[in-house]
Design a protein around this ligand. Structure first.
Ligand code: HEC
Length: 144
């Protein structure tokens, strides 16, 4: 075998590589398009979930909490709080409802928002919804 690298060899590598990676791109695009519907739980967005998300945004919960990893690191992750509280909406509502007005001295505390029962229920529905999003097992433990 001669040790020269000819122009036609370079061209073949270029065209071969271009065709190979183009086909790989098409195959992966096809695969993604096929897999996506499995992760889609838009059907689970009820009017309560939507209201809960609006209350979540208007009260800047994300200013202290993370939701599925995004947000502030002052307070616990809430994407899986529904699971952490034993799949109980009531427990979440009771926690939010029972926060002391003046906070707890000497530790981080969650404010009292004075939500109505409808608002509490909507927030709990929203947090239940987020706990059911398929995150491929993230976060890895129920604590956070
Ligand atoms: C000023 C910061 C702050 C804001 C804003 C805030 N929280 Fe919290 N939250 C906390 C802290 C701190 C804790 C942990 C309190 C504790 O363990 O006593 C907490 C705990 C919680 C818990 C229980 C988590 C657990 O694992 O025990 C829930 C549920 C919760 N917050 C929901 C909310 C919702 C919903 C909002 C928006 C309406 C919100 N929080 C806004 C600071 C905040």
């Amino acid at each position: 075998m001669s040790g020269t690298f000819t122009k036609s060899m370079a061209r073949n590598i270029f065209y071969g590589g271009a065709v190979f990676f183009f086909l790989l791109f098409v195959a992966l695009t096809f695969d993604t398009t096929r897999a996506l519907p499995k992760y889609d739980n838009r059907g689970a967005i009820t009017p309560e979930v939507a209201l809960g998300k609006r209350i979540w945004e208007e009260n800047d919960c994300i200013g202290c909490h993370t939701l599925l990893g995004e947000g502030a690191y002052f307070a616990p992750e809430l994407g899986n709080v529904y699971t952490r509280y034993g799949n109980s909406k009531e427990a979440i509502m009771a926690f939010i409802k029972s926060r002391p007005k003046e906070g707890i001295p000497g530790r981080r505390s969650m404010p009292q928002f004075n939500f109505s029962d409808e608002q509490l229920n909507a927030l709990a529905e929203f947090l239940k919804y987020t706990s059911e999003i398929d995150t491929a097992g993230w976060p890895p433990n129920v604590q956070g």
